[in-house]
Design a protein around this ligand. Structure first.
Ligand SMILES: Cc1cc2nc3c(=O)[nH]c(=O)nc-3n(C[C@H](O)[C@H](O)[C@H](O)COP(=O)(O)OP(=O)(O)OC[C@H]3O[C@@H](n4cnc5c(N)ncnc54)[C@H](O)[C@@H]3O)c2cc1C
Length: 350
């Protein structure tokens, strides 16, 4: 209604100008119309293959986190960090919302995973739908546009740091999967990957544990051992070590993390660590007891590509709240001459 009033008022105003010609406006209108037709056509093409049904979305709850899978008929190539605009008419008729695609494959995919934080509008209604659907496994009709957004190329970097707060970890998951794929295919020479994750709830850690465990498993299966995960949590607890996953109390010290990476000083600071075969992602403090039955000395880990090597080119990806992004911008400025590159992803949680 507001848009129609604006168009009407502007036309009235233009017509009152002496010698006004419509040519420029008609050309502009044609271009906008052509783009709208192309965009709608492309969206319809991606949503439906002739003779197949429209996309369906299945939502379920895992520890207060909405895990959604949207399935469609035409395989889609998705790059890490990209997102889609989701429209579920039966949940909200008049709005679509952007969500990062959490799954990644080198091949085109016919279903995509989303990890959604329940807020107060559309996502809260989706949460209620998930509560109802969890038992019945009923998929709803959904539409999407995309994939939108850009992907930061990670090949050619010796070291990759991923800084995330809260749901900002979601875009990091496809990046991690792609990094290990490239490592396996000998398409990259990354020597170290460090995921730093702050400000998450136990619920979110538990919901994402299977995905992160699968990534750790991939690292172990390839015998690369290039991944470390540092989880910073506000809960009152002591530092705990789980193989290559370390749980820290408090907030991440961005300055010293970047400094340590720059000097290659990333060897484990404890003298003894749990054996690699015992490692797992700590989801909650109750299940995060360190199993000391299979300890190995850090010397064994020193032999891994993780320790003692000063990096060449370093890429820092960030999907985090404003404070962490500000600190990173400040710190990385003094490492630009050392080939450090900071890239902010399309989704930045608040
Ligand atoms: C590129 C991108 C990727 C995202 N990926 C994820 C993801 O993977 N997981 C996730 O949980 N969240 C993601 N978000 C945030 C998510 O889109 C919003 O949380 C969601 O739209 C909130 O919907 P709501 O109606 O429940 O919001 P409300 O409860 O009404 O508002 C909560 C917050 O969401 C913002 N918001 C509301 N509608 C939109 C919209 N259409 N577009 C952008 N922001 C909106 C509001 O400004 C407010 O800050 C992403 C956002 C962007 C921009």
């Amino acid at each position: 209604m507001f848009a129609i009033s604006v168009v009407f008022a502007t036309s009235k105003h233009l017509m009152s100008i002496k010698d006004f010609t419509w040519t420029a406006l008609i050309i502009y209108g044609c271009v906008v119309l052509a783009l709208a037709i192309i965009y709608t056509g492309l969206t319809l093409y991606r949503n439906k293959k002739w003779g197949y049904q429209w996309p369906r979305i299945l939502v379920r709850l895992d520890n207060e986190v909405i895990l959604a899978t949207i399935s469609f008929s035409r395989p889609l190539t998705v790059e890490p960090g990209q997102y889609l605009n989701l429209w579920v008419p039966s949940v909200s008729l008049l709005s679509s919302h952007p969500f990062i695609i959490a799954s990644w494959s080198s091949n085109p995919q016919k279903s995509l995973d989303l990890v959604i934080q329940p807020r107060s509008g559309f996502t809260r209604r989706l949460y209620r739908r998930a509560e109802m659907d969890s038992a019945q496994h009923v998929a709803s009709r959904a539409f999407f546009s995309g994939p939108h957004g850009h992907c930061v190329p990670t090949r050619g970097f010796d070291c990759v740091l991923l800084f995330a707060t809260g749901f900002g970890v979601v875009p990091m998951l496809p990046y991690l999967k792609q990094l290990f794929h490239n490592y396996k295919e000998r398409k990259s020479h990354t020597k170290r990957i460090h995921l730093i994750w702050q400000g998450q709830t136990i619920h979110l850690r538990q919901a994402l544990k299977p995905v992160i465990d699968a990534i750790l498993y991939e690292d172990r299966a390839q015998r690369s051992y290039i991944l470390r995960i540092s989880v910073y949590t506000e809960t009152d607890m002591q530092r705990e070590v789980h193989g290559r996953c370390t749980l820290y109390p408090g907030k991440a010290d961005v300055q010293s993390i970047v400094e340590n990476e720059a000097t290659g000083n990333v060897a484990p600071s404890t003298s003894r660590m749990p054996a690699i075969r015992e490692e797992h992602f700590p989801s909650a403090s109750s299940d995060s007891k360190v199993d000391t039955a299979h300890l190995v000395t850090s010397d064994k880990l020193q032999g891994s590509p993780n320790a003692g090597v000063a990096p060449g080119r370093t890429l820092i990806l960030v999907s985090a709240e404003g404070g962490v992004r500000d600190s990173l911008r400040r710190v990385v400025r003094s490492y630009l001459h050392r080939n450090f590159e900071l890239r902010e992803l399309d989704y930045q949680p608040d």
